[in-house]
Design a protein around this ligand. Structure first.
Ligand code: PEP
Ligand code: MG
Length: 876
């Protein structure tokens, strides 16, 4: 028979899918003897059943809940429905994958108008009892009854104002009682029913609300942003309450075993005396640093420090913990692997290896490739910074630098970002409703909340710069203004945030590229030892090539020569070539371009040394180079003495309805072989010159684009070989060179065995292969694809992450065909997918020799390639 409820002593940390992350870890902590308030977990299977049954809790599940409640009563020595000494519980969601702030928590469940008095008597603390009850009504009202939280806040803040209370703890028992009366009135007005007084009814309603909240909009959005399957479901944890709000000997906190911003090995977190958990996480009161707990509760602090170390040693990873102190006794409420910035992830992984807790392979597997971006992203130019003074300083909640226009609501921020603006979201504090705005923003600034507030946690997860708890600013989201130092800044004003030190600047600030730490280099070295896939870069100039080398690139997989023609001094020359009427005129124009091309290649060869360099012949349709406006046309007409009308006519003549399928790629070299001749001459003579000057053994790789038929390649290759062999013979050098092709037309993939007769290497152009294989225009279908993803027709944008089923099949067929004809054929990929982690896994699995990607994605590719190799080995 299915089992839907597990007591904490029945589970283990391995049971995440069934018990959720929180439930599995509560069970684990219970079993290793840590002080965990007892409780039970209702499984994700129960959630699935609830959803499948049309939002109904089956009696079988209800019965099991009552059985486990009875056990809990026995363990705690208290009764759930007792009016004198009531057992109170918390009800929390806990999905298999951590979803911070997404699901809701209810504390103090079981209280009612009568038992609150019992609790007051029993604890001899009336204020505490009523404070607990008002919190419960508020949380239950918000989460279960779906009454807007702001309405409760209005009542609460109104009372504070009325009695002149500065902070929550200034409210006395009578104030709390008044608040409770108002809260209950609010419930009655909103729902036409009384606040439920039966604890069992409260419990079942709360459990169902958690199951329902799996499908609320922000949970769905979070899952979408983080690729979490909807099918997982959430578990519910019912745990006996311990009270951090029972006086000044109590408190609550959240802490990491190491610093989640920079990875330093130190307890890091926050603590609030006389408070309950949600006060810390919601950023309602700004908490004290955890180190101050050592002064307030020295014994508890040292016990907590020991528990944290024990947890870290047990889980062999940095932990993120929630705890409560009740009357100077420590209780652990949660532990999980802590979310961390990329810098911290790298440092913690390297440190854990040095501490002999994990091996290098585990360390490499711990780093999220997409997170590496954070390390490679710009920071503010220090030269500019010294001249500037911040207008305010908040907490450095998530590192990085951001500049943008200020917007005050998630909606406005998302809208402005969709219009192409760079946006900074400014909020009093954020909540899960702000997720879309946070995702759209470059950076986030909040006036309230600490390092573990919603804004801080979510921003770190997203890798976004965030300054939180900036007390000096006043945010007015009705007037849409930010006031600081007496100055008022309106919506659209440019500010800058430094998430690494918490500074806020009232102006735009320039940014510079980052430098990588020694630990990063160590992780990359370990990754390099594990991977079998090589990593090259797509670069068309010496600067990018150097950047890629600095990031560890092992060659150039694609040099797009057309990019060299777009430079200001060259574009008139290529236009001259296109406008030529005869071959002779065309050759003359190409002669003018030759020295430029040759010098470009010399620069690239010098930077790359003996690393392989693949240079592709001209690819795009010629009309891309034609003059775009009257100024260009007049300039060209005067410069080369060509009649204005002739230029206009030629432009019309070259117009294509489907340029992506028209006069481009190898078709240019077939119709105008002189272009391929000039480019070959530039490549070969540059390589010969650098070999001679620098004594380097350079073997250039010449790549022909857009081949669909073997004979096309034969034709173009003949041109290349004639020019190359002649130059080499004349030089007296014995330089080798290779001729290969892109595989980017489906027909080429299907006939790869034939094409390999002429091609010494293949490079998969998966941008075009996706375009032509899927029939999606690269330039026109962005919005359609977005909608397809939203509607679940596609899992992901196939231009970002390779469609393994269809386009991937074309790739694997071509790999097989190519290797059948030429076993040693070199196979790589140079489409955008070469820098996408999941596509890199595919490339590894299909047996490519290398991936090639833009310079900034090289480290991501090195790491992903290593992870793919480890995964393959682990699968056996
Ligand atoms: C490709 O098609 O994948 C490719 C790399 O070429 P381009 O993007 O230049 O068309
Ligand atoms: Mg292409």
């Amino acid at each position: 028979m299915a089992k839907y409820v597990y007591s904490f002593n029945e589970g283990t940390k391995e049971m995440k899918n069934l018990l959720g992350g929180k439930g599995a870890n509560l069970a684990e902590m219970t079993n290793i003897g840590l002080p965990v308030p007892f409780g039970f977990t209702i499984t994700t299977d129960a959630c699935k059943k609830y959803n499948d049954d049309g939002d109904k809790l089956d009696q079988v599940i209800v019965d099991e809940i009552w059985e486990h409640l009875a056990e809990l009563e026995e363990v705690m020595g208290k009764k759930f429905e007792d009016n004198e000494n009531p057992l109170l519980v918390s009800v929390r969601s806990g999905a298999p994958v951590s979803m911070p702030g997404m699901m809701d928590t209810i504390l103090n469940l079981g209280l009612n108008d009568v038992s609150v008095e019992g609790l007051a008597k029993k604890t001899e603390n009336e204020r505490f009892a009523y404070d607990s009850y008002r919190r419960f009504i508020q949380m239950f009202g918000d989460v279960v009854m779906e009454i807007k939280k702001a309405k409760f806040d209005e009542i609460f803040d109104g009372q504070k104002k009325k009695v002149g209370a500065e902070v929550d703890v200034d409210l006395n028992t009578e104030d709390l009682k008044e608040i409770i009366i108002e809260y209950k009135k609010l419930v009655k007005n909103e729902l036409g029913r009384d606040f439920p007084q039966d604890p069992k009814e409260q419990l079942l309603e709360a459990i169902q609300a958690v199951f329902k909240s799996w499908n609320n909009d922000r949970a769905i959005l979070y899952r979408k942003l983080n690729n979490i399957p909807n099918s997982l479901g959430t578990a519910v944890n019912v745990q006996s309450m311990v009270f951090g709000n029972s006086g000044n000997d109590s408190g609550t906190g959240v802490a990491f075993t190491r610093n989640p911003a920079n990875g330093e090995n130190e307890l890091f977190g926050e603590f609030l005396v006389n408070a309950q958990g949600e006060d810390v996480v919601a950023g309602i009161r700004t908490p004290q640093p955890i180190s101050e707990m050592a002064e307030a509760f020295p014994e508890v602090y040292s016990q907590f420090a020991k528990v944290s170390k024990a947890l870290e040693n047990h889980y062999k990873d940095m932990q993120d913990m929630e705890f409560t102190v009740e009357d100077r006794k420590l209780y652990m409420l949660q532990t999980r692997n802590g979310k961390r910035t990329a810098a911290a992830a790298v440092k913690v992984a390297v440190d854990l290896v040095n501490e002999d807790l994990i091996d290098t392979e585990t360390a490499v597997m711990r780093i999220e490739p997409s997170q590496i971006n954070q390390l490679l992203h710009p920071t503010f130019d220090p030269k500019d910074l010294v001249k500037l003074t911040p207008v305010a300083k908040g907490l450095p909640a998530s590192p990085g630098a951001a500049t943008g226009e200020i917007y005050f609501t998630a909606e406005d921020a998302a809208k402005a970002s969709a219009e192409g603006k760079k946006v900074i979201l400014v909020r009093e504090e954020t909540s899960p409703e702000d997720l879309a705005g946070m995702a759209a923003a470059e950076g986030i600034l909040t006036a309230r909340g600490g390092m573990t507030s919603h804004a801080a946690v979510v921003a770190r997860g997203m890798g976004k710069c965030c300054v939180a708890g900036c007390k000096e600013i006043i945010v007015n989201d009705t007037a849409k203004t930010l006031t600081v130092g007496g100055k008022v800044y309106e919506e659209g004003f440019n500010i800058s945030l430094n998430g690494t030190d918490g500074s806020v600047y009232a102006e735009a600030v320039n940014t510079v590229s980052p430098e990588l730490s020694g630990d990063f280099g160590t992780i990359m070295e370990w990754a390099d030892e594990l991977r079998t896939l090589r990593v090259r870069t797509n670069a068309d100039n010496p600067r990018d090539a150097q950047q890629a080398i600095d990031f560890g690139a092992e060659g150039i997989g694609l040099c797009r020569t057309e990019h060299m023609f777009f430079e200001e001094d060259r574009i008139p020359k290529i236009r001259r070539m296109i406008l030529a009427d005869t071959e002779e005129e065309r050759r003359e124009a190409l002669e003018g371009l030759l020295p430029y091309q040759k010098n470009d290649f010399i620069g690239i060869f010098k930077v790359m040394g003996e690393l392989p360099v693949t240079i592709r012949l001209l690819d795009p349709p010629l009309h891309e180079f034609l003059p775009k406006n009257e100024v260009d046309i007049n300039y060209l007409s005067e410069q080369f003495n060509i009649p204005h009308d002739k230029i206009v006519n030629k432009t019309t003549e070259l117009h294509e309805f489907n340029p992506m399928l028209g006069h481009r790629g190898c078709r240019l070299a077939v119709t105008y072989p002189e272009i391929a001749e000039m480019q070959t001459e530039a490549i070969i003579s540059a390589a010969l010159q650098v070999r001679k000057e620098d004594g380097l053994d350079i073997v250039p790789e010449i790549m022909v684009p857009l081949i669909g038929e073997l004979k096309e390649l034969e034709f173009v290759k003949k041109t290349i070989v004639e020019v190359a062999d002649k130059l080499i013979a004349e030089s007296g050098d014995d330089m080798k060179y290779m001729v290969g092709t892109m595989i980017e037309i489906p027909r080429a993939a299907l006939t790869a065995d034939e094409i390999a007769e002429e091609a010494e290497f293949f490079s998969f152009g998966t941008n075009d292969l996706t375009q032509m294989g899927f029939g999606f225009s690269r330039d026109d279908t962005g919005e359609i694809i977005k909608e397809y993803v939203e509607k679940g027709i596609l899992d992901a944008d196939p231009f970002q992450s390779i469609d393994t089923k269809g386009i991937g099949k074309l790739v694997s067929m071509a790999v097989e065909g190519g290797r059948k004809t030429r076993p040693n054929i070199k196979l790589g990929i140079c489409g955008e997918h070469g820098g996408d982690p999941s596509s890199i896994h595919f490339c590894h699995n299909v047996g490519l020799n290398y991936v090639s990607c833009s310079p900034f994605r090289v480290p991501i590719a090195r790491l992903s390639a290593a992870q793919a190799a480890v995964e393959e080995r682990r699968k056996g």
